[in-house]
Design a protein. Structure first.
Length: 213
């Protein structure tokens, strides 16, 4: 892909079908000629041609797709309407964060508030997103919080609807959202969704302090 022009855009294997199909057509035609040459008699060749045509028609028969209905805007979780009304939210990251198509739901919900988000999924993965998925999955540790400040993230949206995640979130809050050296402040909670404002790094941290966004 780095040598042949044009192949850098072939990130998905299925896209190579545009090239492979040319070879398939050639070999299919050669195979059909070979079969026809082995069959004697006009009726037998006609029957073989009809059989292959029917098989091709069955192969190409349209089949229903398994569509998944997306929720309408009025069915979005309340947290996204709240985010849309907060001018102080400059940028955010939603947790858990993934390196897969699970990120696309975050993208869909972001159409309600249109705030810049660090989540996303496509055929190209930015270095910043890779750093986030490598450094944190559900909740950031101290180094993860420093990374968020480095990326100018102002708020963290945490989805903790499962009991195990809710318990982990409470432990995380006791460490990072309480005391004089707290690093986050909870500014919203509804059901299993919580929003935290990222604060300055503690004075005792080796990371230079930066004003909260």
């Amino acid at each position: 892909m780095w040598i042949v022009p044009g192949l850098s855009g072939m990130r998905v294997p299925a896209r190579f079908y545009a090239f492979v199909s040319l070879s398939l057509v050639y070999f299919a035609a050669r195979g059909l000629d070979f079969l026809m040459g082995k069959v004697s008699g006009a009726r037998a060749r006609t029957a073989l041609a009809v059989f292959l045509t029917v098989g091709l028609a069955v192969e190409l028969t349209p089949r229903p797709l398994s569509w998944a209905a997306l929720p309408r805007e009025e069915k979005f979780p309340p947290v996204y309407s709240w985010i849309a009304r907060q001018p102080g939210i400059r940028s955010l990251v939603e947790l858990p964060i993934y390196s897969s198509t699970q990120e696309t739901l975050y993208l869909y919900f972001s159409t309600l508030h249109w705030k810049p988000i660090a989540n996303g999924y496509s055929g190209y993965e930015p270095l910043s997103h890779r750093r986030l998925t490598e450094r944190m999955r559900f909740l950031p540790d101290e180094d993860g919080l420093d990374l968020l400040r480095e990326l100018w993230i102002s708020h963290i949206v945490v989805h903790a609807r499962r009991p195990g995640r809710a318990a982990a979130l409470r432990r995380w809050e006791s460490r990072f959202a309480t005391g004089e050296d707290r690093q986050v402040e909870r500014v919203y909670q509804s059901g299993g969704d919580s929003v935290y404002r990222l604060l300055d790094a503690p004075a005792s941290s080796s990371t230079p302090k930066r004003a909260g966004l």
